[in-house]
Design a protein around this ligand. Structure first.
Ligand code: ATP
Length: 758
């Protein structure tokens, strides 16, 4: 493997004001120079460029202390910069990509550069590109250059490993074994675990926070879903209900119109008929009855006239009788008695008679005429012989005998009687005629009355029918009222339904009725509809879409969080398993590394001390560690931490405690251990800053032998005042302080070096 440290270049770093290159062409390069010339500054520049974070380990307090401060003749630098160059022909330098995969760098030379500015800001570059410190660490660990700097032993730090705590020793060894990167990964995993645990806490808190709201929303959504089903059911019911109702109402309406028009027509014709009947009954009463009355009056007149004529006839016949008797008595009684009346008496008599007659003529009833006739008879008695003798009259009766005049009178009277009889006969005929007319009329009336009764009966029947029809009309009116109620309810249902179903309600028009059912089914249907509506109203799901949206969002969020929780748990498991693996790996490699180190340690130790024994032991120390595992949170677990103890046994000495060793013995032990460690995973170079300071001549030789042994695997850069050490170096650099107050570096020969070092 060719992975050689090629060169180092300092500029403005500590005492090196100017650009100062060092070439490492030999396996052992020695840096020599008087005290305070800047040799250790060279070693520190190596630490610096390899990413050392402890300013203290570079003998400074802040980054600015690493920058050349200026001298009498030179101004202070604005930054300190160190470049280091490695040969990478074998492409051994590796970087990690984002997924943690290691990739080989394709450069023949690797150049790492670090700059520090007066404000303490650091800048790292890899072959000219700025990179992170982490990249530098990864890059160097790929070639066994750990960040703990175990391969750089600073001045006075030779026995650092002896003074260090068992834990620090372990870290140094782990670093040397190249296990630091695993530790680093474990740390990183721990950090990730911490972060994951925190995230899990947060996520679980978030889930807890949204859980009640999510529950509420879920219930709302369930309700909504139920409501959706109910709405579907409602729509189904409504469609059938409304279509049937609409059909029913139309039929009803049509039947009303038809019925009404039928009844109206019948009523019209009935009223007509009734009117006709009424007209007829009014007409039949009048003319015939009054005609009969007239005729009866006429009959009465005829009869009274007849009576009068009868009486006239009687008088005539009396007169005839008297005349006949007179004629028969003439021989014996030839004398006619005559009554002589004065004119005045005759006139009074005529006036009296006329008065009676006039009175009688005013009377309509025959019975009324009789008293008048009696009075007339009484008046006439005055002319009887008895009355006359009593001288009721001044008249004197004169008897006149005269036959011829009697005969003439008789004839005249007989003639008059004949005329009267003819007249009577005529009147009788007329009476009979009138009577028969009356009879006819009466029988006609009788007949008509019979007919009238018939039509009255018909009229009654018609009235009954009319009443029936009228009540039929009022029934229809009642039905119509009901119809109006149903129509209003129909409209109401559409309006109410649309509140729940929107425009869908009108789809009832497309519903096809396939069967005929009893009307009660509609009532049942309506009951169901009302029940569903009440349920929907009860649910009170205003703004359903928002609830749904919110539920979807919240539940998506919850699912997301649950998934995240799962991912986090998975990653915790993965991280733990990774940590376990890493720890296992570290454990295995550490143990085998310790074994290897112990073998080398023993050898180097024996070589240094001419015998004796030295070895490392791994000890386990109890340590309280707060486990941050979520599931067993708050549990404090006892964990074991491994440390390294060093056991030495010097030849011919009983001393076993490290503290009891002399300074040289400590140095030798320490060097033996450091060399042993560096043999397991040899770093590309080792820097030893005056590690040999405490060695006597004999030990210096042994130290020189070890250097040569070591240089087979690693380049060595030694800062030394030791002549023996210098003699082993292939290249010698002399460091001096120039007249400008800055360190200067020059390549020197051995003799020069010996001179410079002094
Ligand atoms: P020794 O042999 O005594 O160990 P050395 O050669 O290792 O000495 P260093 O310790 O490397 O010497 O150098 C110390 C010198 O560097 C001091 O003189 C100090 O003033 C100088 N120095 C340290 N920091 C700066 C700085 N920032 N600017 C200028 N000079 C500095």
């Amino acid at each position: 493997m060719i992975m050689r440290l090629k060169s180092l270049e300092l500029l403005g770093f500590k005492s090196f004001a100017k650009k100062t290159p060092l070439e490492f062409e030999s396996a052992i390069t020695a840096v020599v120079g008087p005290n305070g010339s800047g040799k250790s500054n060279v070693v520190e520049s190596l630490r610096f460029v390899l990413g050392e974070q402890s300013i203290k380990s570079m003998r400074g307090k802040a980054g600015v202390d690493l920058i050349f401060k200026g001298s009498k003749t030179l101004p202070k630098a604005s930054r300190a910069s160190v470049n280091i160059y490695f040969d990478n022909k074998d492409k051994v330098f590796k970087l990690e990509n984002e997924t943690g995969e290691k990739i080989n760098l394709n450069y023949d030379t690797i150049n790492i550069s670090r700059e520090v500015f007066s404000d303490g800001l650091n800048k790292y570059s890899l072959n000219g590109s700025e990179v992170r410190l982490k990249d530098i660490v990864t890059l160097l660990s790929s070639v066994n250059i750990g960040s703990s700097g175990h391969h750089i032993i600073s001045q006075g730090e030779a026995d650092r490993i002896l003074n260090a705590s068992s834990k620090e020793r372990r870290e140094m060894i782990e670093d040397a074994l190249g296990l630091k990167i695993y530790q680093y990964k474990i740390k990183e995993s721990e950090r990730k675990l911490d972060r994951t645990a925190t995230n899990m806490k947060e996520v679980s808190l978030l889930r807890k926070e949204i859980a009640p709201h999510l529950n509420f929303l879920r219930k709302q959504v369930e309700k909504l879903e139920k409501a959706k089903e109910q709405k579907i059911e409602l729509l189904d019911l409504y469609r059938e209900y409304l279509q049937r109702e609409s059909k029913y109402l139309t039929e009803q309406n049509n039947s009303f119109i038809e019925e009404k028009s039928k009844i109206s027509n019948e009523l019209e014709s009935l009223s007509e008929k009734i009117k006709q009947i009424e007209d007829i009954s009014v007409v039949i009463e009048n003319p015939k009855v009054s005609e009969i009355k007239n005729l009866e009056k006429k009959i009465y007149e005829i009869r009274s006239l007849k009576g009068e004529i009868d009486r006239k006839l009687g008088r005539i016949e009396g007169m005839i009788e008297m005349e006949e008797r007179r004629l028969q008595q003439t021989p014996k009684e030839k004398k006619h008695e005559s009554v002589i009346l004065s004119f005045k008496e005759a006139e009074d008599f005529v006036t009296e008679m006329n008065t009676y007659i006039d009175d009688a003529m005013t009377k309509s009833e025959v019975s009324e005429v009789f008293p008048i006739l009696n009075r007339i008879k009484e008046s006439l008695k005055r002319f009887s012989p008895a009355e006359l003798s009593e001288n009721n009259f001044n008249a004197s009766i004169h008897v006149v005998e005269d036959n011829s005049s009697a005969k003439i009178e008789l004839e005249r009277l007989q003639k008059t009687r004949e005329e009267i009889l003819v007249e009577l006969h005529k009147m009788q005929e007329e009476e009979d005629k009138v009577k028969s007319v009356v009879e006819n009329l009466k029988s006609e009336i009788e007949k008509e009355n019979f007919e009238n009764q018939e039509s009255q009966k018909t009229r009654f029947d018609l009235s009954v029918r009319k009443q029936e029809l009228l009540s039929g009309l009022s029934t229809i009116a009642m039905k119509e009222e009901n119809f109006v109620r149903l129509s209003t309810s129909f409209e109401d249902q559409i309006r109410e339904g649309s509140i729940f179903l929107g425009g869908d309600i009108l789809s009832y028009k497309n519903f096809e009725i396939t069967n005929v059912e009893p009307r009660e089914n509609q009532l049942e249907r309506l009951k169901k509809i009302e029940r569903i509506k009440i349920k929907l109203e009860d649910a009170g799901l205003g703004g359903g879409t928002e609830v749904l949206k919110e539920y979807e969002e919240t539940s998506e969020r919850d699912i997301f969080l649950a998934k995240e929780m799962e991912d986090l748990s998975t990653s915790i498991v993965a991280l733990r398993s990774l940590m376990m693996d890493l720890k296992e790996k570290i454990d295995i490699e550490f143990k085998s590394g310790i074994q290897k180190i112990n073998k080398e340690f023993q050898e180097f130790f024996a070589l240094m001390f001419g015998g004796g024994s030295a070895f490392l032991t791994v000890i386990a120390q109890q340590k309280k560690n707060k486990d941050e595992d979520m599931e067993s949170s708050n549990d404090e677990n006892i964990v074991f931490e491994h440390g390294i103890e060093i056991s030495v046994s010097l030849p011919h000495k009983k001393v076993k405690e490290l503290q009891a060793l002399s300074g040289g013995e400590r140095s030798l032990t320490s060097i033996a251990l450091l060399f042993a460690i560096s043999q397991v995973n040899p770093p590309p170079f080792l820097v030893l800053d005056e590690t040999d300071a405490a060695l006597d001549e004999a030990n210096s030789r042994k130290y020189g032998d070890m250097l040569e042994k070591l240089s087979k695997h690693s380049q060595l850069i030694v800062v030394t005042h030791n002549r023996e050490t210098m003699s082993r170096a292939g290249v010698l650099y002399g460091v001096t302080v120039g007249s400008d107050g800055a360190s200067k570096l020059l390549s020197v020969k051995f003799e020069e070096a010996v001179a410079i070092a002094k």
